[in-house]
Structures are given as structure tokens and as C-alpha cells.
Design a binder for this molecule. Structure first.
Ligand SMILES: NC(=O)c1ccc[n+]([C@@H]2O[C@H](COP(=O)([O-])OP(=O)(O)OC[C@H]3O[C@@H](n4cnc5c(N)ncnc54)[C@H](OP(=O)(O)O)[C@@H]3O)[C@@H](O)[C@H]2O)c1
Length: 330
């Protein structure tokens, strides 16, 4: 059946936030395709999620060379969905990909060399059937490659027209400052940083957010729900089909400790008192920073995306609520 995007998808102007000091706005909730979009998953569910996300105003879809499993298959599936449903909407979409983690054997299949990054970008474009991506990331800093080389590869990606913007992920404060400086010296602005950030992982509050603000770089937080832990999902055990029930090892049952579940229970009560679900509280809490451009969620169903986008109905916090959350998180 032919897909027709919802006419009202851009009705909520407040949904879009500017990335740093750039001209680019991203939706406050973006969709990541790390899990549930690979070759092992049902393409029809992936397709329904992408379509519903777009209908809800989500213009930004985040990928990486290695997303699957198997690696590369999330890009292939996204390429299929694009071709089937969104081909006419390419100019309404912000599609990102990354290179940094292991993708192919041998010395050129991971990290931050020019050889790896540019070959990987070409592969990603082929898998998705695209002429260019909107954002190309260095997925992680490489301790053994000069930062000048890695940033030079990002610059080349932009100058060659294969990427519109350059970005970094998992760089610490100092590495971010250096990367931004090198890019700037080449006339390129670093668009955005993609760090892990949630109520259970607050490292960015220790200087990174400040550095991003100073350098006009946006921020898109990944795993804002701590991979599902910051929802009601695990309160009564590990449900069949959930991320913690799979054998991929990204969310191990051992990480779901009684201490964390106690915090989740108390946060859940606080969320209910605000008239929100815990997932919505956790996302609103990440979005409370003015530098936060977007929360980058994952999802396994259309219903999760709908619930998460509805976070926008209640973003404000009283000082008392923020103190109570700090008290629970300890
Ligand atoms: N740059 C990097 O190094 C890096 C690393 C990791 C991720 N990322 C990016 O960040 C994206 C998001 O990461 P993530 O998937 O870990 O994010 P997340 O939003 O913290 O976790 C997503 C998972 O939480 C559960 N969930 C989501 N909404 C829910 C709801 N309303 N109610 C109950 N459960 C809900 C689902 O788990 P179930 O599947 O169990 O239903 C979903 O798969 C990735 O897709 C990727 O694009 C980047």
C-alpha cells in the first residue's frame, strides 16, 4: 500500500530545536536504528516504526555502519524503507551515519584513519542507496590516530558532498575541544556531539555540556532511557523479547540490580504524580538542558515511539521535582 505522510506532521513548531549555533534544527525526539531494524528483525515492524515516526514529526533517523545484526543490515533495511515509502521526502529528512567501531576484518576496518572512515562512508551510502548523508560522525575517538587525520577525513566527507555536516560521538571534553578547534581551522563547524546520557549516566554534566555551549556545538543524547531500564518494563522481571532477554549482551540481566530497580520504582511514582510515564519523565529530564538538541531514542514498537514523542506535552520541572530526582539518583 502506498504510504502518504500525515499532513499535520509539522504542526508542533516547538518540536524542533536548533543544533548549537548551526542553521540546522532537529526534532526534540530522534529515532535511532541500533536495535530492532536489522536483518534478524521483522522488516514490516521496522517499516511501521519509521513511517509512524515520520508522521509524528520525527525527521531525524540515526544509523551507523555496524547497526544490525548483522552489521550493515540496519542501513540496508533503512534504504529499503526509504525507497518504498520516503523517496519523495529526502529533503525533509536528516539521516546520519557513523564509522569508528569494527566493521570489516584487517587493519582498515575500525577506529579513525582516513582510509577507514572514507571507505566506510562510501559503503554506508551504497547500503542506504543515498548520494549523501546529512551528518557523518566519527563514532569514537581513536587513541592511535592523530586527531588531525580523523577530522581531516570528516572535512573531506563534507567537501566531497557525501555528508552535509561533520560530527563526533563518545569524545570526552578535552577531545571535543581539540576536534572542534581542528575542524574550525579547516573552515568546518562541528555540528553536534552524540554522548551517552540518562538519569543513570550523568558524565556529560561534568564539563562536556559547557564545552559544547562554548563552541556552538549541539548535543544529541543516546540511550536516554538507559536501553529501557528507565521505563516500567523491568519492574516485574525480564519480559520475553525485551533487550535484556536477547543474547547480544548490550543490556545484561546482571545490570538490572535491586538498587537500580528501587530507583526506577521511586522515579516511576514521581512520574505518575506529574501525570507522565517514567519513559516520558526520563526523556523530559534529559531535554531540560538548553544545549540539548534532541534525545535519541530506540524503540521496538510503534506504541513506544508514540509514548516517547508525547513527552513534549510536559517538559517543565519545578526545582522541587529536580531536587527529588537528584535525591533518588543519589
Ligand atoms: N554513538 C554511540 O556510540 C551510540 C551507542 C548506542 C546507541 N546510539 C544511538 O542511540 C539510539 C538509541 O539508543 P538506545 O536504543 O539504547 O536508546 P534507549 O531509548 O535508551 O533504549 C531504547 C529501548 O528502550 C525500550 N523503550 C523505548 N521506549 C520505551 C517505552 N516508551 N516504554 C518501554 N520501553 C521503551 C525499548 O526496549 P525493548 O527493545 O526491550 O522494547 C527500546 O529498544 C540508537 O538506536 C543509536 O542510534 C549511539
Amino acid at each position: 500500500m502506498t504510504y502518504l505522510p500525515a499532513a499535520a506532521r509539522y504542526d508542533n513548531e516547538k518540536f524542533y530545536r536548533r543544533s548549537g549555533r548551526s542553521g540546522l534544527k532537529l526534532p526534540a525526539v530522534s529515532l535511532g536504528l541500533w536495535h530492532n531494524f536489522g536483518g534478524v528483525n521483522t522488516l514490516e515492524n521496522a517499516r511501521n516504526m519509521v513511517r509512524r515516526a515520520f508522521d509524528l514529526g520525527i525527521t531525524h533517523f540515526d544509523l551507523a555502519n555496524n547497526y544490525g545484526p548483522p552489521p550493515g543490515s540496519a542501513e540496508e533495511n533503512f534504504g529499503r524503507i526509504l525507497k518504498q515509502d520516503l523517496a519523495a521526502c529526502r529533503d525533509e529528512l536528516i539521516i546520519s551515519t557513523k564509522a569508528g567501531y569494527l566493521m570489516w576484518p584487517g587493519p582498515y576496518g575500525e577506529w579513525g584513519s582516513r582510509k577507514y572512515l572514507l571507505a566506510s562512508l562510501d559503503q554506508s551510502l551504497r547500503r542506504m542507496g543515498l548520494d549523501y548523508v546529512d551528518i557523518f560522525y566519527s563514532h569514537r575517538p581513536d587513541p592511535h590516530t592523530p586527531l588531525e587525520e580523523t577530522m581531516g577525513a570528516l572535512e573531506h566527507a563534507v567537501r566531497s558532498g557525501k555528508a552535509l555536516y561533520a560530527a563526533i560521538s563518545n569524545y570526552d571534553r578535552q577531545q571535543t575541544e581539540q576536534a572542534a578547534k581542528i575542524l574550525k581551522s579547516h573552515g568546518i563547524q562541528c555540528l553536534i556531539h552524540q554522548p551517552k546520557y540518562s538519569m543513570f549516566n550523568r558524565w556529560v554534566e561534568d564539563g562536556l555540556l559547557e564545552t559544547l555551549a562554548q563552541n556552538g556545538i549541539g548535543c544529541i543524547a543516546f540511550s536516554p532511557l538507559a536501553q529501557g531500564l528507565l521505563t516500567e518494563k523491568y519492574l516485574h522481571g525480564i519480559p520475553e523479547g525485551s533487550r535484556a532477554s536477547t543474547s547480544y549482551g548490550f543490556l545484561r540481566p546482571a545490570e538490572i540490580t535491586p538498587d537500580k530497580l528501587d530507583k526506577v520504582r521511586r522515579l516511576n511514582e514521581l512520574a505518575r504524580a506529574r501525570g507522565q510515564s517514567l519513559a516520558q519523565l526520563a526523556l523530559a529530564w534529559v531535554l531540560r538542558h538548553p544545549q540539548m538538541t534532541s534525545v535519541l531514542i530506540g524503540a521496538s514498537s510503534v506504541a513506544q515511539i508514540e509514548e516517547n514523542v508525547a513527552t513534549l506535552n510536559r517538559l517543565d520541572f519545578t526545582p522541587n521535582e529536580l531536587n527529588a530526582i537528584d535525591g533518588i539518583l543519589g
